[in-house]
Design a protein around this ligand. Sequence first.
Ligand code: NAD
Length: 295
Amino acid sequence: MAERIGFIGLGIMGKPMSLHLLKTGYPVVVHDLNRPAVDELVAAGATDGGSPRAVAEQTDIVITMLPDSPEVRQVILGPDGVIEGVRAGQAVVDMSTISPITSREVAQALAVKSVTALDAPVSGGQKGAVEATLSIMVGGPSATFERVLPVFQAMGKNIVHIGEEPGSGQVTKTCNQIVVGITIMAVAEALTLARKAGVDVAKVRQALLGGFAQSRILDLHGQRIIDRNFAPGFRIKLHQKDLGIAMASGKAYGVPLLTTGLVHEVLGSLVAQGHQDLDHSGIARFVESLAGLED
Ligand code: NAD
């Protein structure tokens, strides 16, 4: 019999991901604070769990897809949380982007009840969730990874077991967000210089794409900057959260993240100016305003 899946957090990402599990044939029990999201999943064939605890009681594998560390801690470890409903042998899989320190805390608390935890954040955005092509980076025990792999395969394509250590999936996602954030900043500075120097920005992008400065960010976000297309995509406020996680991780592990800190502040400034819901390629707006350029 197919494992019964609990799914908590039915937002932009969680809704399409849980729909793929239903389509693949898994029995799915859902929970979210947002009633219409639960109703939509129930209409598609899921069961309404009612609470995180009740979801755990009715399922074999519990997945969470929540905004940030405080919500994951609340849903898994809080009152009426997943931890109150679990049995020995169950697996709890957090697919949110959160602090690796929280992932370790959650794994340790669940281990006391003989429940294994995986941290399995994703990359690929809403499009990847809708098309079931997410990249999934997983930390936790190999045996649990093998057990949950068919469930991951219903939602994603590039599924990598990073290591046994809880939190290693989240560390990988943090690394991803550092590279993406700093590269957007670099592309924004280069294209702003080209623009202010009166050089054709599209030609600059084209020339750089054939050389050592080539990157997916230069390709996609460079084009967005040229097109002035800052509709999300991935929102500035979410990237700010992720670089906040990076900075806390750097502090915890003794790694000064100088450039990440700068980009984190740039994102914070954009949020303070009301640009939190722009795509993160909107970092270009910040660089341009320093250079005295209007939109
Ligand atoms: P979202 O805000 O759309 O969805 C979060 C859902 O969690 C909402 O439906 C909300 O009602 C629910 N929720 C919040 N607190 C809850 C609680 N205490 N109990 C039950 N439900 C609760 O967010 P999203 O865009 O789906 O992102 C989810 C996670 O995935 C985040 O960590 C985000 O950083 C990460 N992520 C997002 C993207 C993207 O492009 N949107 C890409 C990769 C990773």
